[in-house]
Design a protein around this ligand. Structure first.
Ligand SMILES: Nc1ncnc2c1ncn2[C@@H]1O[C@H](COP(=O)(O)OP(=O)(O)OP(=O)(O)O)[C@@H](O)[C@H]1O
Length: 476
């Protein structure tokens, strides 16, 4: 038995019914070279005891995981892409491969793929993922997870020996297949498809399935659709706030990229902002800046409105409207909390938290200091003052524009557990994800198959995470 005691296969998907998916097969690849297995997360689902050869059987050749899905399922969905409705979406280069129980919290985790071959939803695409795309997924998901952002995790990347042609990068380029671990692969677009098809029975089924599988605390709610909308919008508001304080720009906030569990996923043209810049745009094809850093909260409000429309027929306009109307306030509340967390400060009152957040962002905007630095330099507030002012960025902190923020920081006590001998961000990790870094990781791999920099980056991410966990544990 290659699996550990923590291996608990599940088949919740079967409750959905075949209206929701198409049974598919993985492509046959010319090579299977294991490039990344995530043994930070694999123990939680009992896969850490697999040998590399066994791992490849499941995540390169896609032999089913025993007791879980017997065959891969390409999930059907629609979605708004850059605000235009597209009824021809669906898993075009991936599928739901398995469902397992998370041994840490008992929640259901889906394993989905990317680059595993064509499906009925490929629309002429090759069903493949570039190796560089796989590396970008690893970097974004693991870095965000280390920073405490709720995100999918990259479980595996296997290089598959094909030459791919892509218009947006030097071609031919190498191929891979990726496995992703996520709480649900149900998107806002999954709901939109059922509404577009006027399939009320399936919509009702979907709400039940999502509650049973991913939101069990909502079981027995008098109005399941409103309860789900309430819970999902709260999580989406929190995730959006976490992106903003992490300086993360997702790049493609279409409704098919928004998970009903409010978990960040699909890391294509993402970037981290170098400095506070609301107009910073990640995707080269986002010509109007619709999904620019500063417009992400607005984009998510728009997406949450689309989800609300989908649920209207199962609830009442009054309930759905009032939850929607609360979205912005929830988002701003999470933003305040997220800023306090990143600065290692205790809350005094809601008003002072909002003042602090506003002062911080206007200082960052005016000074154009590196995005991570104020969080790093002022972690723990007053305790850090001497170090910040005499440190390499001291000049920023003697400017007049810093005074209002300084005063607000000084009003706050450090949060419980803050320990300056362990600043939770060291500069290396903080600056890890510039575009230059991604290229610095990819170029030696492309040229000489030198993977050292990816391993170094993963070590930095792990140390950032370990330091953060020290604080989280101390904070209780
Ligand atoms: N190379 C490809 N071949 C076939 N379909 C593709 C390809 N690239 C993207 N698609 C499809 O185009 C749509 C939008 O792609 P997008 O990049 O948002 O999703 P993805 O990254 O493939 O998957 P996910 O959203 O699960 O991360 C999806 O339906 C996706 O399956």
């Amino acid at each position: 038995m290659p699996f550990s005691d923590h291996y608990t296969p599940l088949t919740h998907h079967s409750r959905l019914g075949d209206e929701f998916y198409d049974v598919v097969q993985a492509a046959t690849f010319p090579a299977h070279i294991l490039r990344y297995r995530n043994d930070d997360v694999s123990p939680r689902i009992g896969l850490d005891t697999l040998t590399d050869a066994e791992w490849l059987r499941h995540f390169g050749y896609f032999d089913p995981l025993p007791g879980s899905l017997p065959q891969p399922l390409a999930l059907r969905y629609h979605g708004h892409q850059f605000r235009s409705y597209n009824p021809d979406l669906g898993d075009g280069r991936g599928f739901l491969f398995a469902q397992l129980e998370d041994s840490v919290d008992g929640r259901v985790l889906d394993i989905g793929t990317k680059g595993s071959g064509t499906t009925p939803w490929s629309r002429g695409g090759d069903g493949r993922l570039t190796l560089k795309g796989g590396i970008r997924e690893i970097l974004a998901s693991e870095r965000l997870d280390a920073a405490g952002v709720r995100t999918s995790r990259t479980l595996s990347v296997v290089e598959t020996g094909e030459s791919l042609h892509r218009g947006d990068e030097p071609s031919p380029t190498r191929s891979c297949v990726l496995a992703r671990l996520s709480h649900s692969h149900i998107r806002i677009g999954t709901f939109q498809r059922l509404v577009a098809n006027e399939d009320r029975a399936s919509l009702t089924r979907l709400v039940e399935y999502v509650i049973e599988t991913y939101y069990p605390d909502l079981a027995g709610a008098a109005d399941p659709a409103a309860a789900l909308y309430d819970a999902a919008t709260t999580r989406i508001a929190e995730m959006t706030a976490q992106w903003m304080t992490a300086g993360f720009v997702h790049g493609v906030l279409n409704t098919d990229n928004i998970n009903i569990t409010g978990e960040s996923f699909d890391y294509g043209p993402w970037r981290f902002v170098p400095t506070f810049n609301p107009t910073f745009t990640a995707a080269y094809f986002d010509h109007s800046g619709l999904y620019a850093y500063g417009r992400q909260p607005e984009a998510m409000t728009w997406n949450v409105a689309r989800l609300g429309e989908c649920l209207l027929s199962l609830s009442t306009l009054e309930k759905i409207q009032s939850i929607f109307d609360d979205f912005w306030e929830r988002y701003e509340r999470f933003l305040d909390i997220s800023v306090l967390n990143r600065l290692g400060l205790k809350e005094i009152s809601r008003k002072s938290s909002t003042d602090l957040r506003e002062c911080l962002f206007s200082f960052m905007d005016e000074s154009q200091i590196g995005f991570e630095f104020p969080f790093f330099d002022w972690y723990g507030g007053e305790q850090s003052q001497k170090r910040a002012i005499t440190g390499p960025r001291g000049d920023f902190y003697t400017q007049d524009s810093f005074r209002p923020l300084h005063d607000r920081i000084m009003q706050h006590e450090p949060a419980r557990g803050v320990d300056l001998s362990q600043p939770y961000f060291h500069n290396g990790a903080a600056c890890l994800m510039s575009v230059e870094t991604v290229e610095a990781i990819w170029q030696p791999i492309a040229a000489t198959d030198d993977w050292c920099r990816l391993h170094d980056a993963m070590r930095q991410v792990a140390s950032m995470k370990a330091a953060l966990q020290v604080h989280r544990t101390r904070d209780g």
